[in-house]
Ligand binder design. Structure first.
Ligand SMILES: *Cc1c(COP(=O)(O)O)cnc(C)c1O
Length: 339
């Protein structure tokens, strides 16, 4: 195992041994290969550089209590990347080959899978981009698919402290736009809003629906979960939010493992003050508890979660991370072991 200070890694890029690369040319993907080359060389006029034709995914490999290395639902990442590619007029990287690449990348970088109990994990970043020159606006003819990995530290050092977010005056995604796919372009336009939020002392932005600004969507990179006074777990339904795999898994866990009532439906911002817990879900943190939501100076405080993670959020967090780390039996097909 690599000699890293696992408990103190941040969420940043660290070069590892090998990554997977496949190129799309003349209408077909090549066989793909592992490489030690951590650089990309492309035309100065590549489609990705001019018109942002790119999409990505994010998933993790974990070391279980009994020392195995596993990944969590990589088939859903493969399927979501196919959806992203189609929406951006990119060729789909075959889903079975995506899974194969996950296996190869993790196997080639086993030294970087952090030990069980360190809180650290190996983060995998699959992505693809238009690599051939494009100057008139159209899809590129050639593409590159890559998947690298980098060890990342525990998201919460010293426990999960609830964060404070603000209602954002910028929009994240238009109705019928690209909010539901994992495209870098959705992030480029969120950077100004997040830098501004940080400058004002907030951790994240809560985006509302762009059309009516009355409904809760998501943050720049995580979906919302709310808990009602009577312990129902509620998540916003919208065609312009990214279908988080963590959120979908947590809703299943809430119902099937914790016996809670769950609802995926439109959530009006006016209702938020009635919820007692709030969390942000995504691969990076699983759930980040939200303690306070600031609406232009008016503070909404989560009754059961303003100083520490609320009890329902904690139960969901412990159950899902237990499944991921092999302490709790997983539903069929959720865990893929890497040999
Ligand atoms: C990736 C992402 C999420 C979280 O999805 P997971 O599959 O749970 O990691 C949520 N929102 C946005 C906008 C994202 O890009």
């Amino acid at each position: 195992m690599s000699n890293l200070d696992w408990g103190n890694l941040g969420f940043g890029y660290r070069q590892t041994n090998q990554r997977y690369v496949s190129n799309f040319k003349n209408g077909a993907w090549d066989a793909g290969t592992m490489t030690t080359d951590d650089t990309v060389t492309i035309s100065e006029c590549a489609g990705v550089l001019q018109y942002c034709q790119a999409c990505f995914e994010g998933l993790k490999a974990y070391r279980t209590e009994d020392g195995r290395i596993v990944t969590f639902r990589p088939d859903l990442n493969a399927a979501r990347m196919a959806d992203s590619a189609k929406r951006l007029e990119m060729p789909v990287f075959p889903e079975d080959r995506f899974i194969e690449a996950v296996k190869q990348v993790v196997a080639a970088n086993k030294d970087f899978v952090p030990p069980y109990g360190s809180g650290a994990t190996l983060y995998l970043r699959p992505y693809m981009f238009g690599s051939s020159p494009v100057i008139g606006v159209k899809p590129a003819e050639e593409y590159q698919f890559r998947m690298f990995c980098t060890p990342v530290g525990p998201y919460f050092k010293g426990g999960a402290k609830p964060i404070t977010i603000r209602v954002c005056d910028y929009d994240r995604a238009a109705p019928h736009g690209t909010g539901h796919i994992k495209a870098g372009l959705n992030y480029a336009m969120s950077l100004h809003a997040i830098v501004e939020a940080h400058n004002e002392g907030f951790d994240e932005n809560m985006y509302l629906d762009a059309a009516t600004r009355t409904k809760v969507e998501e943050t720049g990179g995580a979906n919302f979960l709310f808990v009602t006074k009577d312990n129902k777990v509620v998540t916003p339904k919208s065609d312009s939010i990214l279908p988080s795999i963590t959120r979908r898994s947590l809703m299943y866990v809430a119902k099937e493992y914790c016996g809670l009532e769950v609802e995926e439906r439109e959530v009006f911002f006016d209702e938020v003050e009635n919820f007692v817990e709030c969390g942000l879900c995504g691969t990076a943190a699983v759930i980040s508890p939200v303690g306070k939501i600031n609406d232009h100076g008016r503070e909404i405080v989560m009754q059961n979660g303003s100083t520490e993670m609320g009890p329902i959020t904690k139960k969901l967090y412990d159950t899902l991370t237990g499944i991921q780390m092999g302490r709790i039996e997983a539903p069929e097909g959720w865990i893929m072991e890497i040999k």
